[in-house]
Design a protein around this ligand. Sequence first.
Ligand code: SAM
Length: 284
Amino acid sequence: MITDKKNQKGDPTEEREYHSASSGIFFKIKSHLYRQDSPYQKIEVIENEYFGRVLLLDGLVQTTERDEFFYHEMLVHPAFMAHPSPQNLLIIGGGDGGVLKEILRYTIEKASLVEIDRQVIEVSQEYFPWLSPSLKDERTELVIADGKEFIEKTDRKFDIVFVDSSDPVGPSVSLHERDFYRKLKRCLNLEGIVIAQVGSPFYHLESIKKKDAFLKKLFKNVCFYTSPVPTYPGGSWCFVFLSDEVQPLKIKRDPPRGLKYFNLDIHQAAFSLPNFLKDLGSGS
Ligand code: SAM
């Protein structure tokens, strides 16, 4: 949220994201690179001294130049370590290209990105050029569509589905609901895996508990894991690994070279949860 702090030219000098009514994160705005409403959401790109370029949707941080690798590596590589032979991948959301960048480190057949807002892709190609070459890779299929409608209509099957949605506000609400996951399961090949971002283990614990309750009725293996993400609420984020056949800690391959965060020790550690996340179903 743009604050009312303005410079002599009347331009806002600070962007604030509230994580609770009385706490949050702020970014001093070095320059405002982009600010427009799309048919789905408000899209902003600001330049910040410390984090570099920052993409915000409806005032919420999506990715920053300086810490994007925490989130993108931890959303993608755990599933690749566990799946026997991932060839056909689906990304729901992910218009900034960061998840795709990590997927294309592997030898795969095809990665289909289903993003509802074409403007996010165009803005990312312009202001996050290191993220967007993946959007032009020959193995990439871009589909501009609502993720839920896409999985309702498709008869295709996928080895791994990555749900890189924004928070449960605006166009993304349906991607956080039981019906979406029930239908998503039908799009999986045998030994298929779903990975989704589920929010801050600290600020969004109630919504994680709700998800845990309905996901455990849909999938045999429901394994939460966490990672630091410096600019996300609480500085840490929670993901979920879903499959009927595959166990996340049964490693099938080594990680690709050149990663800045992920390795096999981090993989093991990420699935080791604190008690308040371990005992989700126990009503604690
Ligand atoms: N890492 C970020 C996070 O955790 O908040 C998400 C990044 S990514 C930019 C989120 C993308 O999901 C956005 O580009 C948004 O337009 C897209 N999105 C939101 N709702 C969608 C829907 N129903 N179908 C497909 N894409 C959607």
